[in-house]
Design a protein around this ligand. Structure first.
Ligand code: ASP
Length: 440
């Protein structure tokens, strides 16, 4: 029988009412047998996520040697849910054990992982399903990367006993048995690991929006929904800031060709977005699937005559950046020019000046210049490779909005055209591209 792994995000766990809806969703399809949960999120704007309250607990613990005060807010949130759901089991005892362990372990990652742990315990009890702790099933290597094979084996053997279960997202253990977390939003990755481990027919990711939209709804009124995306398109869009799903969550499922479906817990009948293997992707008739972007990049522009014939030029330039432990996001090149695009948050004045010195010393450029406050905008879609004139339309639309393009990176996949513009032009540029490809 096919199994669906269902991951529910923080807003789907935020209070008793929505948890009841989640129960209905699970019970409406008997393939939905494995559930991965986030910690309860915000109930209303201005509210705090449990994970953020736990970060405060850790700060208090470091400052005062105890986190009694901050933990009382966590306790109150969970006890309120327990009471509203009329659960009779002793959740007080679970909370107390957790509190004692937080104070003993004194580790930030352990503390913040407890939101998912407690939520998993609570949901398992309410749904009458076995609780499977990520502590014994999700493993990290010494360098912080996922030990994928070990995790798949452990999850699959834990699930095989009953074929059902609730697993907390966001954390696992390292080689020394210490709790480690993924980056923020990482329960999406946990869900994908579990889906891969049990060879699910579908990875359902339940959230508070009805899937991906063609661009940020804060910039354009009711952008077109995206009903289907390929893994590759998803990777490009989520990397560039379309943050419905954690950008690393496709890797485990992609290898096994497991589709992902984004669904809205608050509107379960909405179609949502299905993300399919690139080989199974059916063209949707659109040239562009979606537009996403990010502000605040720094560009290091290098010019040197006959750069193209200087063997090892790129390697030497990049070695100067690597020496500062900084990663480069894009490298558009010309015959005698090269630009390095770096997220500004990776740099400070000192690092930047050391990188510039390093490059000067390595390759003696004719010109080296720095541009800051650059925004990158990605226009993504498989449809672009089969239609002539897409870039002409894109650049014409940007020119018509009187925006100066600082750089272009098109790669060779014809799936993504990235333009760099001033931060100040970011919003207008996205609107112009959306207008060209989606309106009228
Ligand atoms: N609770 C964690 C966070 O707020 C992880 C997650 O929700 O995926 O980032």
């Amino acid at each position: 029988m096919s199994v669906k792994v269902c991951k529910f995000g923080g807003t789907s766990m935020a209070d008793a009412n929505i948890i009841r809806k989640v129960k209905d969703i699970i019970e409406s399809d008997e393939a939905r047998r494995i559930i991965v949960v986030s910690a309860p999120g915000k109930r209303f704007s201005g509210d705090k996520k449990i994970t953020d309250l736990l970060f405060e607990c850790h700060k208090e613990l470091v400052r005062e040697g105890t986190c009694k005060k901050s933990f009382s807010a966590v306790r109150a949130r969970f006890l309120d849910i327990v009471k509203q759901l009329e659960l009779t089991f002793d959740f007080d005892a679970v909370l107390e054990d957790t509190f004692v362990r937080i104070e003993k372990e004194k580790s930030e990652q352990f503390t913040v992982s407890r939101g998912e742990y407690l939520c998993g315990k609570l949901i398992a009890e309410y749904f009458c399903l076995p609780f499977i702790d990520a502590e014994g099933t999700v493993f990290f290597n010494a360098d912080g990367t996922l030990d994928a094979e070990k995790s798949y084996k452990a999850v699959s053997s834990a699930v095989s006993k009953t074929g059902k279960g609730v697993i907390p997202g966001f954390y696992g253990v390292d080689e020394e048995g210490r709790i480690r977390t993924f980056s923020r939003g990482g329960s999406d990755i946990s869900g994908a690991i579990v889906a891969r481990a049990v060879n699910a027919s579908l990875y359902e990711n339940w959230t508070d929006v009805s899937g991906f939209l063609a661009c940020d709804p804060h910039l354009v009124d009711s952008p077109a929904p995206i009903e289907a995306l390929s893994y590759k398109e998803l990777r490009e869009l989520s990397y560039m800031g379309a943050n419905v799903l954690h950008s690393e969550s496709i890797f485990p499922v992609r290898k096994a060709n497991i589709p992902i479906q984004i669904k809205n817990t608050f509107r379960p009948d909405d179609v949502g977005t299905t993300i399919v293997p690139t080989s199974r992707y059916m063209p949707n008739g659109r040239t562009v699937t979606g537009i996403a972007g990010k502000k605040n990049f720094t560009v290091i522009y290098i010019e040197k005559s006959l750069m193209n014939s200087e063997i090892g030029f790129a390697r030497r330039v990049l070695s100067a950046v690597e020496a500062e432990n900084v990663s480069v996001e894009h490298i558009p090149t010309g015959i005698d020019t090269m630009s390095l695009l770096i997220e500004s948050s990776e740099l400070n004045e000192l690092k930047l000046s050391r990188i510039l010195e390093g490059i000067k010393c390595e390759v003696e450029p004719d010109i080296i210049r720095v541009m800051e406050n650059i925004a990158l905008i990605a226009t993504v879609g498989h449809g672009m490779s089969s239609s002539v004139g897409t870039s002409a339309r894109l650049f014409k639309a940007i020119a018509a909005a009187e925006i100066n393009i600082k750089l272009i990176d098109m790669g060779s996949s014809e799936l993504n055209i990235v333009v760099g513009v001033k931060n100040a032009d970011y919003e207008r540029c996205i609107k112009a591209i959306y207008g060209e490809f989606f309106v009228g």
